[in-house]
Design a protein around this ligand. Structure first.
Ligand code: MG
Length: 449
């Protein structure tokens, strides 16, 4: 049985196994107590377990005296935006992000619409374990209302940003295929594309929680989308994950250009309008870094995890940032990964570029990332990474998040998993062959230790 995953990205488990009503209850009560009778936005993705979890969470928040605004089935970034819109003190997105349909979980946010800081998340988790809850008496129970306009408001706020020329986009009538994998995206991405005057074909648009394929927007899961883009001679294809914070792009030839290029494109587009700081995580492609260098803009890397990137973006007043897994953070909108923003930015970039999506992709710095993992059963992962660092001490090494080793045009990032006895090995190089070779070299080195 897969264990409950508790991390800075929230709590995730398999429904009826590691994620039971009792588990949901203790985290919801602890979070409600933490928010201390404030207003909380409650939203969920389309998973079949969403409704029952929603009811438990809602009950717990009322029991701790909080005011709940239920926004229904929405993307995680929409919950983040609704916190700002309603000036709420927090928010919960009921989702297991890109995990398969049997999973679900809770993502907790603060009054700034950001994920809880690691310190605050740990506070909530420890109170949940201790059973320390701020339960209210009968005359101090919280209140409830529902608001069904969140997705519409999200689209409106996005298209109001100065980057978008909606009139010209409508004239251009992009032919777009979108795969929403039966997640929450079906309620916002087609609507956004319609606003932009696109000719749309939606695959897996019904938000019913029966994901038509493995929901992570990785190339191996996007074959139907890729074929459809090619067959229909579309300008572009988009795939989003069930809670719509990640977005992958398919170019006009049906080629899956991969999630890393969603962020690289957004970085290039924003910096071409305005110069400023860029923040990404340690595992994000060099493509974004090369683009920032080209524009002479400061480029900062953080630990992996949306909140780490978002906090650094605030500190350094960055104008664009995100994570290489298709997670674009546009701070003018809010400080979370936002797939609708990625879709709109990509279309505007394509509108302004004189050529096809594939040509636009080829105009960006070209790299390939290879991801592998290795079992280290019975070994101490931290000691292992220390030893690897020692071995490569003559290179540019960084222990901020696992071990990263940079060379002139490649890098390798080794990270332990918090849930399994494995080390993840990511390697990037100008070609797939080189990246593969690099990753294998490090796998062998770990094996020999
Ligand atoms: Mg997600």
């Amino acid at each position: 049985m897969a264990a409950l995953m508790v991390s800075i990205s929230g709590v995730r488990g398999i429904v009826g196994e590691s994620l039971t009503p009792a588990i949901i209850e203790k985290y919801a009560l602890a979070y409600g107590s933490f928010i201390n009778r404030g207003t909380i936005i409650l939203g969920r993705d389309s998973r079949t377990s969403g409704e029952f979890i929603n009811n438990i969470v809602q009950g717990c928040l009322l029991a701790t005296g909080c005011k709940v605004i239920d926004v229904g089935i929405v993307p995680t970034p929409t919950v983040q935006m609704e916190i700002l819109h309603h000036k709420a003190q927090g928010g919960i997105a009921i989702t297991a992000s890109h995990n398969p349909p049997e999973w679900n979980g809770l993502k907790f946010m603060d009054a700034n619409g950001r994920f809880l800081s690691p310190d605050n998340a740990n506070k909530v988790y420890s109170e949940a374990d201790k059973g320390n809850f701020n339960l209210q008496k009968w005359d101090d129970i919280g209140s409830f209302k529902s608001d069904k306009n969140a997705n519409k408001r999200h689209i409106k706020a996005l298209l109001k940003l100065p980057y978008f020329d909606v009139k010209e986009l409508r004239k251009r009538k992009f032919k777009v295929i979108v795969d929403c994998v039966n997640g929450a995206g079906g309620l916002i991405i087609p609507q956004l594309l319609e606003e932009l005057g696109c000719e749309i074909k939606v695959i897996n648009g019904e938000p019913n929680g029966y994901f038509a394929h493995t929901p992570e927007p990785l190339p191996e899961n996007l074959t139907e989308l890729s074929k459809t883009v090619k067959k229909k001679k579309a300008d572009i294809g988009f795939a989003v994950d069930p809670d719509v914070d990640r977005c992958a792009i398919i170019a006009n030839k049906g080629n899956i250009i991969g999630e890393e290029y969603t962020l690289a494109l957004a970085v290039k587009f924003i910096l071409s309008k305005e110069l400023g700081n860029v923040v990404v995580n340690m595992s994000t492609s060099r493509a974004s870094e090369d683009i920032a260098k080209y524009y002479n803009c400061p480029f900062i890397r953080t630990k992996v995890g949306e909140i780490n990137v978002a906090e650094e973006m605030v500190k350094s007043e960055a104008i664009i940032g995100g994570e290489g897994n298709g997670g674009v953070i546009l701070p003018e909108l809010h400080l979370g990964r936002d797939a609708p923003a990625a879709v709109a930015l990509t279309l505007q970039a394509l509108l302004e570029f004189d050529g096809s999506m594939n040509e636009l992709f080829l105009s960006l710095p070209q790299y390939k990332i290879v991801k592998k993992k290795i079992s280290i059963e019975g070994l101490n992962p931290d000691e292992l990474l220390q030893k690897m660092g020692e071995k490569h001490k003559n290179k540019k090494i960084d222990f901020l998040d696992g071990l990263k080793i940079d060379t002139e045009n490649t890098w390798v990032h080794l990270r332990k998993s918090n849930t399994e006895p494995i080390i993840r090995v990511m390697a990037e190089a100008p070609t797939e062959k080189e990246a593969e070779k690099l990753a294998n070299t490090y796998l062998k080195e770990i094996q020999s230790l």
